[in-house]
Design a binder for this molecule. Sequence first.
Ligand SMILES: [Zn+2]
Length: 121
Amino acid sequence: MDPKTLKKIEENLLAEKKRLENQLSQFAPKEGSEAYEVQFPQIGDKDDENAAEVDTYSTNLALERTLRNSLRDIEAALRRMKEGTYGICKYCGKEIDQKRLVARPVSSACIDCKKRLTQEA
Ligand SMILES: [Zn+2]
């Protein structure tokens, strides 16, 4: 893969990682080095306020899960870059199409394998 494109993808991944971490830290401050803890919001003590707290909390939990999954994909992609296996399909070992990687930098499978897997699923 052409190093310029690879560099560009790495920059995008790092920027996206930062954005996700920022978003997470707004409602789930980082504790320790790895974990994010979703904070139970304090809106008020009235019944409707309590209900709103529970609503916000469950929305945040779902959002946190999505963000954390995206972060994990990005971190895995960055790790593959470091190890020199980035852009190689984890199923068949062939190079993943560069266009696919530019469109979806966290891809770890080529289009053929992805298709095969989703058809089987
Ligand atoms: Zn493949």
